[in-house]
Design a binder for this molecule. Sequence first.
Ligand code: 5GP
Length: 203
Amino acid sequence: MKRGILMILSAPAGAGKDTVCEQLLKQVPDLRYSVSATTRPMRGYEIDGQSYFFLTREDFEAKINENGFLEHVEYANHLYGTPRVFVEEQLEKGISVILKIEVVGATQVKASGIDGVFVFLVPPNFSDLEARLRKRGSESESEIQERLRIARQELTNVTMYDYVVVNDDVEHAVEQMRSILMAEKRRRDKMLDLEIFKHREMN
Ligand code: 5GP
């Protein structure tokens, strides 16, 4: 059984990664979303167990101690982490998984040696990013400022990613993500189990 592809998607807040990820999941049937755990308060439109697993700090820390996270970080005063078991089970079943995580966590995933394809999504420019962040209206001014500060810092980490996708248009960005997934699959399996290769000479 071929392992699924692990795709790691990061983007500065306001780059539109929720929409891009949602559309990608609709279009790629063998791709699953890894629901993260967090200690941040739930936003009005969110659903526990779908948007995130909303945990108390105490429960989150207990899970850290059980080695229950593939990666975890403190971001804007809240804890976020990727539950390990789900990801490993899916990949083993040959199902691909997408993690929508920030750059420090992505760096941890990379350092852990897990094979993954790292994608960084960016808005076309900084003023676009600020406008999207404000439009969302879910954070206070000081939280917006904090997220903008983090975004500026995050943009400096782009070099550790395999691909950069510019979100100038959602459909276009999704199409590029699909191409990356497809190319990655071809790169991994090289289809060496095809009949044609059984006749190659070994030398
Ligand atoms: P938000 O609070 O806006 O939902 O998420 C804040 C940031 O945390 C976003 O960049 C989001 O992608 C990231 N994030 C969400 N879940 C995780 C996770 O499990 N691990 C890491 N490292 N970052 C996460």
